[in-house]
Each structure stands twice: as structure tokens, then as C-alpha cells.
Ligand binder design. Structure first.
Ligand code: GDP
Ligand code: ZN
Length: 338
């Protein structure tokens, strides 16, 4: 068999892969080296500036600071920490993150908000009725972060008969068809929120949605001791009530965690490239790259695979409209023209 000559690019690629493997092993060794008698795993449940609260495996809180040069731990980060004094400690290493939720700060730079979230719950209600394409926007964000999403239809009690309930839920069926479950609920009629608690089990989730749909009421019902917990955290950090503005990870008695803060609740999708927006619509993916023009906007162009899929029923027309609307509002113009 003739020996295959590797191109420079292939050789460089192989070297890169090896480097990555080595650095992984080194990282693991570094974590193991810090694993002395006192090092232990923990979860950052709140961060306020340089002050962090780390929850240990037994569910106890410790006021920690972070060693320099290990990165910036945020709420939801899994860390290695060492106790130093009662209820106090130092974070010595950061475990790799599965997901990261961030939001743009005043200057437009992405600021990490919370790590390792794996469930985005989009709350909607008959009143106030869903507006614009906010749900689609949240779903694109979920796809970007790599978390699963579900649509919680709250205040179902406001719909007086079966016909009204069916009509309301029908408006969301095209989301269910592409894999985003619908969860009809009424906090008023079922304050135990058992179906929602079940969804949380084993997950770290956040609630988002437009103002007035019931997010704070749902969170209060999920965490009846919320104020007590916030008070305890404020006391532990010595930061007073400011801590309430920081993203906080709450353990649910029924299993799972709820991450919440005013910033998390008002989380919005940041600016994207058009190609990233396309990837945010999972039902588009089989057709991406199949249009006649590589820069197709899926609008008026001939031989557009996305529009053809919409006509054929594989893509809901309303999702294509959502795509066009979001393309106008959230895409960065990478060509540099406006
Ligand atoms: P947020 O802005 O999303 O945090 O919404 P709020 O939690 O402040 O709720 C807005 C209003 O909706 C409040 O008056 C709540 O009492 C009410 N609300 C919340 N859940 C339900 C529900 O299941 N049924 C009805 N009828 N009202 C609800
Ligand atoms: Zn197209």
C-alpha cells in the first residue's frame, strides 16, 4: 500500500489535536494535584463581585473567594474549593462548563450570567397575549446555548371553556411539532405546580418570558422560602439586599434547581450572524446549504430550499416569518453595509 503523504494542513491539524489532548491531561492532573485532604467539589450558588457562595455536597453554604487566574466563576459553576475557617473557603479550580448563559453589558460585550443551565422555560399566558416573535427569539437563544426548551402556558384558568383552551394551545402546536414541549398550567388552580416540578427534576432551569405572564408568582410558588434563603445569603456575604440582584441557584425540594435573578428573567437574545440565526431554527437544518445561492435570504430568491420546505409543509410558514422578522432585528450585518 503506498504510503500516504500528509499535507501540511493535515500535519498541523494532527498536532493541534495532540496538543488539545495533552492540555486536557494536564488540566486533569492539575485538578488532581489540588485534590488534597481538604479540597472538595462544590457549586457556586451566587456570585456578587468577588464574593461567592459555594454550596457543598451536604447542601451547606460557604462564603468563598476565588483564587486568581482560574477564570471567573459564576452562579452554577462547579468548582473545587478548600475550606479556610468556619463557613469560609477559597475556590482553587473551575470544572469545565456544559453551558453558559450570558447577556450583553452596557458596552455590548457578552457578560456571563450563569453556567450549566440545561432547561429554558418560556412562560406565556392568554393575558398578556404573546407578542411579536419573542418565543422564537428565546428558542433561538436556547439552541445557541445548547439547552432544551419548553413552553409553559400559564393562566389556563382564564380560558373559560374547552374550545378556548384548545384554540390557545393550537397556536403553539407548531412548536410541539418540532420538539419543544407545551406545558399547560394554572398557578391559580394548581398551586402545587406538580407538572412543572416534575420537569425540573434533575435539571437546572430558568424561567423567562414577557412581563405579566406570571414568572415571579410561579417562582414564589416553587420556592416558598425564597425570602428566607435570600436573607440568609445576604447575611452570609455581608452584602445586604444587593445580593438579590445577583443570579442565584436555588435547590428545589422536589429535585432540580431554579436559577433566577432580575437579569435572568429579562434575558434576551444578543446580536447574531445570519448563519447563526438559521442554526437557531432546528427544523431548517436539513435544508441549510441547499438553496441555489449560498447567501440566500430565503425571501424572493429562486430555488430556495427553505421556502420550498415551507411550501411542502416541513417548515411552518409562521416560523419562516419569525425567521425573517428576527433576521431584521437581531442579525449583525457581517458585510459591513447597512
Ligand atoms: P411576571 O411579570 O411574569 O413576573 O408576572 P407576575 O408573577 O407578576 O404575575 C402577573 C399577574 O398574573 C399577577 O397579578 C398574578 O397574580 C397573575 N397570575 C399569575 N399566575 C396566574 C394564573 O395561573 N392565573 C391567573 N388568573 N393569574 C395569574
Ligand atoms: Zn433560501
Amino acid at each position: 500500500m503506498p504510503r500516504r503523504r500528509l499535507s501540511e494542513r493535515q500535519t498541523a491539524r494532527i498536532q493541534r489535536i495532540q496538543e488539545r489532548r495533552r492540555s486536557k491531561v494536564e488540566a486533569r492532573a492539575a485538578l488532581a494535584a489540588s485534590d488534597d485532604d481538604t479540597a472538595r467539589d462544590g457549586l457556586v450558588v451566587v456570585r456578587h463581585g468577588a464574593n461567592l457562595i459555594v454550596e457543598d455536597r451536604q447542601g451547606r453554604d460557604h462564603h468563598c473567594v476565588s483564587r486568581q487566574h482560574i477564570g471567573h466563576p459564576v452562579c452554577g459553576d462547579r468548582v473545587v474549593w478548600q475550606p479556610c475557617g468556619p463557613k469560609a473557603g477559597v475556590i482553587t479550580a473551575l470544572h469545565p462548563r456544559d453551558t453558559l448563559l450570558s447577556r450583553p453589558d452596557a458596552s455590548g460585550a457578552e457578560k456571563p450570567l450563569a453556567a450549566n443551565i440545561d432547561l429554558l422555560i418560556i412562560v406565556v399566558a392568554p393575558q398578556p397575549a404573546p407578542t411579536g416573535f419573542l418565543i422564537d427569539q428565546y428558542l433561538v437563544a436556547a439552541e445557541r446555548i445548547g439547552v432544551s426548551a419548553l413552553i409553559l402556558c400559564n393562566k389556563m384558568d382564564l380560558l373559560v371553556d374547552d374550545a378556548a383552551r384548545t384554540a390557545f394551545l393550537d397556536a403553539f402546536q407548531h412548536y410541539a411539532a418540532i420538539g419543544y414541549p407545551l406545558l399547560p398550567l394554572s398557578l391559580k388552580q394548581d398551586p402545587s405546580l406538580a407538572p412543572l416540578r416534575q420537569r425540573f427534576a434533575g435539571h437546572a432551569g430558568i424561567l423567562v418570558g414577557q412581563s405579566g405572564v406570571g414568572k415571579s408568582s410561579l417562582i414564589k410558588a416553587l420556592l416558598p422560602d425564597l425570602e428566607v434563603r435570600v436573607g440568609a445569603l445576604s447575611g452570609a456575604t455581608g452584602l445586604g439586599r444587593h445580593t438579590t440582584s445577583a443570579a442565584t441557584s436555588y435547590r428545589l425540594a422536589s429535585g432540580g434547581r431554579l436559577i433566577d435573578s432580575p437579569g435572568v428573567r429579562s434575558f434576551r437574545l444578543g446580536a447574531l450572524e445570519r448563519a447563526q440565526l438559521e442554526q437557531g431554527f432546528p427544523e431548517f437544518r436539513p435544508f441549510i446549504g441547499q438553496c441555489r445561492f449560498s447567501n440566500c435570504r430565503h425571501d424572493q430568491e429562486p430555488d430556495c430550499a427553505i421556502r420550498a420546505a415551507s411550501t411542502a409543509g416541513s417548515i411552518a410558514p409562521i416560523r419562516l416569518r419569525a425567521f425573517h422578522q428576527l433576521a431584521k432585528t437581531v442579525t449583525r450585518d457581517s458585510s459591513g453595509t447597512h
